[in-house]
Design a protein around this ligand. Structure first.
Ligand code: ADP
Ligand code: ADP
Length: 221
């Protein structure tokens, strides 16, 4: 089945139409989800993760309806935009907590593997509150990787990073994609997706305004 498929999906919050009749599908590799603040990017990511119900249309992950579907939770990792909310936990403790929430049989091993994957082994027993911006973002990604999901969703992962941190994040994301994952990265800056996303979906005011190869989209902008 297609990894991710949206069919005529809309989502409204009261009178606000956050997502307006969007359709697309995603296979393996990195896709960018580009749009200004308020365009509907987070809403789309949360619907794919199964945390938010579409108001209309269908969101399918690995052929299954995403909303509140435990099978879908097993396939998807979401890295939300907000700062890590557990500054007093170490990266290892944060990953292990997520592993337990997923009910993994060996949460310790899963946590250790996840912090290893994001290159935080050396700092994994220090509190996240003392990390640099780049390390905090990688700790969040470790939390989303504990159950080894084939689909990874990242909401504005480059926010507030300096160029060196961004490069390190890019190489991590490429590595995760090379392992065969489907990765969707939201951003409000097209250049952040350069050298990273093959395809870009452009969302403006809840609508899919354009989609295509990075170069085609850059020509349009
Ligand atoms: P983006 O991620 O592109 O910034 P969002 O999906 O966060 O966009 O928001 C899309 C629109 O929906 C915005 O107008 C936002 O204010 C509105 N919105 C998002 N979440 C809620 C909510 N829980 N209640 C009301 N309005 C919301
Ligand atoms: P980045 O934020 O991209 O990881 P840094 O230059 O901040 O880049 O960190 C590089 C390395 O230095 C980290 O992988 C870590 O081993 C170490 N380091 C930096 N800051 C801290 C910190 N506050 N606590 C623990 N280790 C740190």
């Amino acid at each position: 089945a297609t990894a991710v498929e949206l069919r005529n999906v809309s989502r409204w919050y009261g009178n606000v139409v956050a997502v307006n009749d969007i359709s697309f599908s995603l296979g393996a590799g990195i896709t960018g989800l580009l749009g200004p603040n308020g365009a509907g990017k987070s809403t789309i990511l949360h619907m794919i993760a199964g945390f938010l119900a579409p108001s209309a249309g269908e969101v399918r992950v690995a052929g299954m309806t995403a909303w509140k579907n435990p099978e879908v939770y097993r396939h998807v990792g979401l890295v939300p935009e907000r700062e890590a909310v557990y500054p007093f936990l170490t990266a290892y403790e944060f990953a292990r907590m997520n592993a337990r929430l997923h009910g993994l049989p060996d949460a310790d091993a899963a946590a250790e593997r996840a912090v290893d994957t994001v290159d935080l082994r050396g700092a994994m027993h220090r509190r996240i509150g003392g990390y640099s911006k780049g390390m905090r973002q990688r700790a969040k990604i470790a939390g989303a990787l504990v159950h080894d999901p084939r689909i990874l969703l990242l909401d504005e992962p480059f926010n507030g990073m300096d160029p060196a941190q961004r490069m390190q994040m890019m190489s991590l994301l490429k590595r995760l994609a090379d392992e065969g994952r489907t990765i969707l990265i939201s951003s409000h800056i097209l250049e952040e997706l350069d050298q990273l996303a093959n395809n870009v979906l452009v969302v403006v005011a809840g609508r899919l305004a354009a989609s295509g190869h990075f170069r085609e989209i850059r020509r349009l902008m």
